[in-house]
Design a protein around this ligand. Structure first.
Ligand code: NAD
Length: 459
């Protein structure tokens, strides 16, 4: 796609925004209902496209992970939007004698918002931001991932069917298109993907002072406390590594556990894998998205093994795709210690005491999420206060994302800005400060000598 096409798509959206400016509640609800219809009326086509892109992706996983979760987010916005749109009363400053004044904050659309989305949940991670963007009254321009071309092409086709080209538009294409896309003078851009590209996007956005939401990844740790139920921990870790074949930004990346509990944990993990296999069968699995990523995972494991890591492979659910593989205590210079794994490989470090676990986590940049397994509220509170991360979860993995009323996003190296639910509505709104002066003449009070005024104000 040429730059001219991108510009003409963008200009149509800009004109659409300028003509409407402040969409009514009814118009916003109508757009959200169209997002829902576009998903539910073509569920089989979406699942088929996803499976083609991944090599194999079970229809049930696609249906749950990409379709149901997105419809759920739309339902949440449909139910709550009228409350989110209400202006919030604030207290006027009486120390400056603003008697009778009215102050409030009201959310206005920002304008045209760019959405740059990744391949791992290509529908959910394009359309969940879209729901927030449309709820806030904006126009949206989506650049989906080139790594999942069938899904991106279907998205482009169906968006054109359900939305006018001055409401929502899609630009498909490779990195050249992506680079031209992020140079457009958007009113806001949300990018979901890796850290390296995020830095390019920040540089491009700086040219036009475009505000950014960056949804990145990183290494999300699992703290296994001495009070943890190992059976439950293993079951949930296995789920986190099998679901979408661990290709999830909030997948448990590495696990910190006491040396004395390691063998018992591995036995429980084997049982969890076998149970999942017999209850779901390999038909419910997902492939690694392409050969480059498969090779990347194999290299991480092989290098970890060559650097003194003990490797355990679990036969089971993902046999046709990629076996769950555990790498234990490779030496510090192994790449698996630093790079995000993003697949069904689990790094285990035998660090058992909470202080050691916390200081290990704090050595690298703030994770997207920290998982704590254990029964101690005091320990959980210590983790909360002594670390930083986008989210914090006790005794579960991944399901924090299924809560539409929680903010989602990272901090520091794992991203900036939060979206979903009311947080998404606010992220893509301009929260305008509104002040209507009252019956007191404040400028009559604030007159020289100012020192007298300040004395009164400070009282
Ligand atoms: P990707 O390769 O699909 O890239 C994401 C998007 O960036 C694509 O639309 C692509 O076209 C675009 N892009 C690529 N190069 C670009 C450039 N130079 N300029 C502008 N845009 C460009 O996805 P990925 O980066 O492999 O995604 C995986 C990463 O995303 C992982 O690190 C994962 O943790 C992270 N992720 C984060 C979240 C989250 O919500 N925080 C969700 C999913 C994935």
């Amino acid at each position: 796609m040429s730059g001219t096409n991108l510009e003409s798509q963008f200009n149509a959206l800009r004109v659409g925004y300028q003509l409407e400016r402040f969409p009514s509640l009814a118009n916003r609800l109508d757009r959200l209902r169209r997002v829902k219809a576009m998903l539910s009326e073509h569920e089989a086509a979406w699942c088929e496209a996803l499976s083609r892109d991944f090599g194999y992706r079970s229809a049930d996983q696609s249906s749950f992970a990409d379709i149901t979760t997105t419809i759920k987010a739309a339902n949440h916005a449909l139910k709550n939007l009228k409350f989110w749109m209400k202006a919030e009363r604030r207290t006027p400053d009486l120390s400056l004698r603003m008697s009778g004044a009215k102050t409030y904050v009201e959310s206005f659309p920002k304008g045209v918002v760019g959405i740059v989305s990744p391949w791992n949940f290509p529908i959910n991670l394009a359309l969940s931001p879209l729901i927030s963007v449309l709820a806030a009254g904006n126009r949206a321009f989506i650049k989906p991932s080139e790594i999942t071309p069938a899904t991106s092409a279907l998205l482009q086709k169906l968006i054109a069917q359900y939305f006018a080209d001055d409401e929502v538009s899609v630009a498909c294409g490779d990195v050249d298109v992506a680079q031209a896309f992020v140079k457009l003078p958007f009113d806001h851009v949300i990018y979901t993907g890796g850290e390296t590209v995020a830095k390019y996007i920040m540089r491009d956005a700086a040219e036009n002072l475009v505000p950014l939401t960056l949804e990145l990844g990183g290494k999300s740790p699992v703290i296994v406390s001495s009070s943890a139920d190992l059976k439950l921990t293993a079951k949930r870790i296995a789920f986190g590594k099998y679901f979408n074949a661990g290709q999830i930004c909030i997948a448990p990346d590495y696990l910190l556990i006491a040396k004395e509990r390691l063998d018992a944990f591995l036995i429980e993990l084997k049982t969890a894998v076998e149970n999942a296999d017999s209850s779901q069968g390999s038909a419910d699995s997902v492939s690694i998205v392409n050969d480059r990523h498969r090779q990347r995972l194999e290299n991480l494991v092989a290098e970890g093994e060559s650097k003194n890591g003990k490797v355990v492979r679990f036969a089971g659910l993902n046999q046709s795709c990629y076996q769950l593989t555990v790498v234990i205590d490779p030496s510090n210079d192994a790449a698996i210690n630093t790079g995000e794994i993003f697949g069904p490989v689990l790094l285990i470090k035998t660090i058992g005491d909470l202080s050691g676990q916390i200081s290990y986590i704090n050595q690298s940049s703030h994770p997207l999420v920290i998982y704590y397994f254990g029964s101690s509220e005091a320990e959980f509170r210590r983790v909360a206060c002594e670390t930083s991360s986008g989210g914090l979860v006790k005794n579960d993995v991944i399901f924090q994302y299924a809560n539409d009323d929680l903010p989602f996003g990272g901090v520091g190296g794992s991203g900036m800005g939060k979206y979903r639910g009311e947080y998404g509505f606010k992220e893509f709104s301009n929260s305008r400060a509104i002040y209507k002066s009252g019956f007191m003449d404040v400028s009559g009070f604030v007159t020289p000598p100012y020192s007298d005024v300040f004395r009164m104000v400070n009282k």
